[in-house]
Every structure is written in C-alpha cells, then in structure tokens.
Write a protein of this length. Structure first.
Length: 179
C-alpha cells in the first residue's frame, strides 16, 4: 500500500473511531483486530492487509471505500496488494443514494479469501469475468465460471477462492441496508 493511502487509512480510522467514541479496546472488540495493530495503523506505522481492512470496515459497519478517502479510491489494483495474491480496484466508491459500492477483484491461482459476516442485511453480488471460482456461503462452496453470477446475504461467514489454473477476476457489488 502506498504511503499516501496508508496515511489516508490512518486518518479515516481515527475519524471513524472518534465519531463512534470508541477506545482502541472497544474498536478491537468490534473489529477483531488487536489493539496494538489498530494503534500502528492509526499512527501510519503499519499498512493493513486487505483482509484486515475489511474486518475494520465491517466492525464499524462502514463501506470499505470509506477508509480510502475521497482522493484515493480509483486504480487500487497497483496500490492495494496483499502478498501479490489479491488486489482490489474500486470501480464505484460507496454511494449514499444507492447504498452500494463496486470492486474488481483479482486473485492469483489457488488464492482463498474468507470474510467475517458483515452487518445485518448486507448483500453481495458477484460476477466472474475471468477464470473459475468458488464462493462459500451457507456452509458450502459453490462453483462459478466466466459469466456466472451469484447474490447472497453477506451477514454470515463467506469467502471466495480461485479454483482454476489461471488468475481469477470478478466483480463484487456490495449493497448496504439503510440504517
């Protein structure tokens, strides 16, 4: 993650915590990220992985794109890489009117990503644009190939994995319910 995005995430985390009135301890409990790691992220000393940033966003019941700031939401594929096995490009940042955001995700061969449950009522839509994948929902893995799509409630454990022998690319549209 670039230094600029690291500092933007740090600023946005401080802002979210301040708005909720949460201490680092309370934030840690809600997000499932250690107090020490949250402190390092807030001070800009550590860049969170994609998985960790998803956990933080979920803990605050906020869209992932809220943590990227207004100026850094485009072209994240080159800036937002975790172990060179996953990258995320923001296609549409979170929109207050539609309550949706859209990402283009890229997974290396054999990469698997699990996600903790999002807030109640969050719905994810996925469309495979390159390769083959399985998504995990309701306790089982389900296969999708190029052109296939799925929609599911993401307020439960879910995940994605590349089951092909080529890189995987898929669109992920996330709908957030009204509060």
């Amino acid at each position: 993650m670039s230094d600029l995005i690291t500092m933007t995430v740090a600023t946005q985390l401080k802002k979210a915590r301040s708005e909720k009135g949460w201490s680092l301890d309370v934030t840690s409990q809600h997000c499932g990220v250690s107090k020490a790691m949250l402190g390092q992220i807030e001070r800009g000393e550590s860049s969170p992985t994609i998985a960790r940033l998803w956990k933080i966003a979920t803990g605050f019941s906020l869209p992932l794109s809220d943590f990227l700031g207004q100026d850094h939401k485009q072209d994240l594929a080159n800036k937002f890489v975790e172990d060179e096995k996953i990258s995320i490009e923001t296609i549409f940042e979170y929109d207050q009117t539609t309550r949706m955001e859209m990402f283009n995700l890229y997974f290396a061969v054999a990469h698997e990503q699990r996600s903790e449950p999002h807030q109640t009522g969050v719905i994810e839509h996925i469309v495979v644009t390159l390769g083959s994948m399985e998504y995990f929902i309701d306790g089982e893995w389900k296969l999708l190939n190029v052109g296939d799509k799925a929609k599911f409630f993401a307020d439960q454990e879910h995940g994605y994995r590349n089951v092909g022998d080529t890189p995987l690319q898929f669109l992920n549209i996330i709908y957030y319910p009204s509060e």
